[in-house]
Design a protein around this ligand. Structure first.
Ligand code: UDP
Ligand code: MG
Length: 285
C-alpha cells in the first residue's frame, strides 16, 4: 500500500487546443483537489492558436498549473516524453487535452497505483464515439503489431495511463529517438494492469492527428518493436542458401556424370540463389 500524502502529476500534450483547455482544467481540478498535492503540466506542442496565451493565464491564476512550450510542433509522443521528464509527482498521469479521456477515471487509476501497481494503463471500450477510419486503421495496426512483435498490445490502448515515479524514471532513461510510448511502457515491465473506460467525444475542434502523423506513429511502432520480420528473413535466407547449395551439388553431378549440361546456366543460377540467400541472412543479422 502506498502512502497517503502523495503528489499527483497530470501531463497533457496540447496542440491547438484553445477551446479545450478551460473545460479540461475545470474537470481536472474537481478531481485533483481531493488529493494531498497535485500539479497539472501542459505541454504546448508548438500551437499557433491561443493555447499558449491561455496556459499563461491559467498558470498566473493557479501556480499548480504549469506548462512547457515547444519551439515548434514536435508531435504528441515527444510532448508526452517531455512531460514525463519534467513531472515531479509520485505518480504521473497522462491524458489528452480534448476530454476524450475522462478525468473522472483518475481516482480509479490512483487506487490501483495505491494497491501496488506501477503502471496502470487504460483500454477503450465501446467505440461508438470513435470514427470508423480510426477504428479500422487501429484494428489493423494492433493485429499487425501483435503478429510481428514480442510485445502484446490490446485493442483500444492509448496514451492515457498512470506511471509510478520509478517506472517513469526508467522510461526517461530510454534514449529512443522515434518514440512509440505504448510499446516502450509495455517493454519496461514492472507491475502493470489495464482498466477499461468508455471514451467521450472530443469537446471542441477536430483531431490534431493528421493521417501523416498517424502513419509516422505506426512506423515508429513497427520499426521499434518488430524483431520477427528480421528473424523470418534470416530463416528464409538460411533455407534458400541451403537449397541452392543442394542444387549446386546436383549441377556438378549433371556436369561431370551426364551429357545434359547446358554451358554456364547452372553456375549462374546457383550463384544468384546462393547470394540471395546470403543477403537475406546478412539483413537478418
Ligand atoms: N497532440 C499534440 N501534438 C500533435 C498532435 C496532437 O500534442 O502534433 C495532442 C492533442 O492536442 C491531444 C492529443 O495529442 O491532446 C491527442 O490528439 P487528438 O485528440 O487530436 O488525437 P485523436 O484522439 O484524434 O487520436
Ligand atoms: Mg482525441
Amino acid at each position: 500500500m502506498r502512502k497517503d500524502n502523495f503528489r499527483v502529476s497530470v501531463i497533457v500534450p496540447a496542440f491547438n487546443e484553445e477551446g479545450c483547455i478551460l473545460l479540461l482544467v475545470e474537470r481536472l481540478l474537481k478531481i485533483l483537489q481531493r488529493y494531498f498535492d497535485y500539479e497539472i503540466l501542459f505541454i504546448d506542442d508548438g500551437s499557433n492558436d491561443g493555447t499558449l496565451q491561455l496556459l499563461k493565464k491559467v498558470h498566473s491564476e493557479n501556480p499548480k498549473i504549469n506548462f512547457l512550450s515547444f519551439s515548434r510542433n514536435f508531435g504528441h509522443q515527444s510532448a508526452l516524453r517531455a512531460g514525463t521528464l519534467h513531472a515531479s509527482g509520485d505518480c504521473i498521469i497522462s491524458l489528452d487535452a480534448d476530454l476524450q479521456h475522462p478525468p473522472e477515471l483518475i481516482p480509479d487509476l490512483i487506487d490501483h497505483w495505491k494497491e501496488g501497481y506501477d503502471i496502470v494503463y487504460t483500454i477503450r471500450k465501446d467505440d461508438r464515439k470513435i470514427s470508423f477510419f480510426k477504428k479500422i486503421t487501429g484494428w489493423i495496426f494492433y493485429k499487425a503489431m501483435n503478429l510481428i512483435s514480442d510485445i502484446n498490445f490490446e485493442q483500444g490502448e492509448a496514451d492515457f495511463r498512470l506511471l509510478d515515479r520509478n517506472a517513469a524514471a526508467e522510461l526517461n532513461n530510454l534514449s529512443e529517438s522515434a518514440v512509440f510510448l505504448r510499446g516502450m511502457v509495455k517493454w519496461l515491465g514492472f507491475k502493470q494492469i489495464g482498466i477499461t473506460y468508455v471514451p467521450d467525444e472530443r469537446v471542441w475542434g477536430g483531431t490534431k492527428y493528421s493521417k501523416r502523423k498517424m502513419f509516422g506513429l505506426a512506423i515508429s511502432g513497427i520499426t521499434g518493436f518488430s524483431i520477427k520480420p528480421l528473424r523470418i528473413s534470416t530463416l528464409i535466407g538460411v533455407s534458400i542458401a541451403f537449397l541452392s547449395l543442394l542444387y549446386g551439388i546436383y549441377a556438378l553431378y549433371i556436369k561431370f556424370f551426364t551429357n545434359n549440361s547446358i554451358e554456364g546456366w547452372t553456375s549462374v543460377f546457383f550463384m544468384v540463389t546462393f547470394i540471395g540467400g546470403i543477403q537475406l541472412i546478412m539483413i537478418g543479422i
